[in-house]
Design a protein around this ligand. Structure first.
Ligand code: NAD
Length: 289
């Protein structure tokens, strides 16, 4: 397939490379010359404008920072420039309303579109082991699967358009909450006189088990290896978690959902980012406790 790929940053760079490895012809564009050059080294054909990159494409994949940029790129340079019938897949994490709005414009112009945000960080993007949560009709999902599979550990149909972004915001709100809870429990265990490693051994096999504790233990030298063992460098930046929590709180407000723990998690990450922690892994909340 001829696949246009727009947005070749930390995530998109590795994803585009995996499409090349799967035998697709990848037509790449990014505003950053460095990102574009790296894509070229990975076997993508590089272009200096979006309309050139999407010309003749069977599918267009976008992996961009936010909803405003996604909307601008599609309305200005993708819809009406890509061939009629080309499939659009937006893998960025954006707000549900923008995902639905852009898809409606794409469909009106004769395209199929899915929202297909991902779970898994840069390592999963590079390794082709992302989980995609896909919103779109059943028929469009089947088309999208063929494009997504070389980048994926799992490709799951969440429901109609926008459902992928709903799944993503709910997942990451839950992740933020259990990460903060895990940090609190580890810190409390230690302060109350229990070796945190002992606490990990017990709770990871008890009802306290969760991904943050079992697989990504946020206390240095305790439990599973995580960025905590490396000064909280790399991993999933607290600033990105804050972005996702803001999307979740917007989504909750427009759905009329009550999310007190989500609100509290957002306030905690907001304070952490304002204090300069935005570049650290999101498990660094442990340091504040
Ligand atoms: P990034 O900032 O590294 O990459 C974004 C890329 O988009 C950059 O290379 C930038 O130059 C490019 N870009 C910006 N505006 C553009 C435009 N108008 N046209 C073309 N290119 C443009 O970000 P990332 O970490 O790769 O994240 C991308 C998306 O994936 C975000 O929505 C993020 O929330 C989501 N996400 C990230 C992670 C993660 O761990 N980094 C995990 C899951 C989901």
């Amino acid at each position: 397939m001829k696949i246009a790929f727009i947005g070749l940053g930390n995530m998109g760079g590795g994803m585009a490379a995996n499409l090349v490895k799967a035998g697709h012809e990848v037509q790449a564009f990014d505003l950053s010359a460095d990102a574009l050059a790296r894509a070229g080294e990975n076997g993508c054909k590089t272009f200096t404008t979006v309309p050139e990159a999407v010309a003749g494409a069977d599918a267009v994949v976008t992996m961009l920072p936010n909803g405003a940029i996604v909307k601008r790129v599609y309305t200005a340079d993708v819809i009406g420039k890509a061939p009629k019938g080309a499939l659009f897949l937006d893998c960025s994490t954006i707000d549900v309303a923008t995902a639905r709005e852009v898809a409606a414009l794409a469909v009106a112009a004769g395209h199929d579109m899915v929202d297909a945000p991902v779970s898994g960080g840069i390592a999963a993007a590079n390794g082709g082991t992302l989980t995609f949560m896909v919103g779109g009709s059943a028929a469009t999902f089947e088309r999208a699967k063929a494009v997504l599979e070389p980048m994926a550990k799992a490709v799951i149909h969440a429901g109609e358009i926008g459902a992928g972004q709903v799944a993503k915001m709910c997942n990451n709100m839950l992740l933020a909450i259990h990460m903060i809870g895990t940090c609190e429990a580890l810190a409390l265990a230690e302060k109350a006189g229990l070796d945190p490693q002992k606490f990990y051994e017990i709770s990871s096999k008890s009802t306290g088990y969760c991904w943050s504790l079992n697989d990504y233990t946020p206390a240095p030298g305790v439990g599973a290896t995580s960025p905590a063992d490396n000064g909280y460098a790399g991993g999933f930046a607290a600033a990105l978690m804050l972005k996702d929590l803001k999307l979740a709180m917007e989504g909750a407000a427009s759905a009329g959902a009550n999310v007190p723990m989500g609100e509290h998690a957002k306030a905690i990450y907001e304070a952490f980012v304002e204090a300069g922690g935005g570049g650290k892994d999101f498990g660094a909340i442990y340091e504040t406790l």
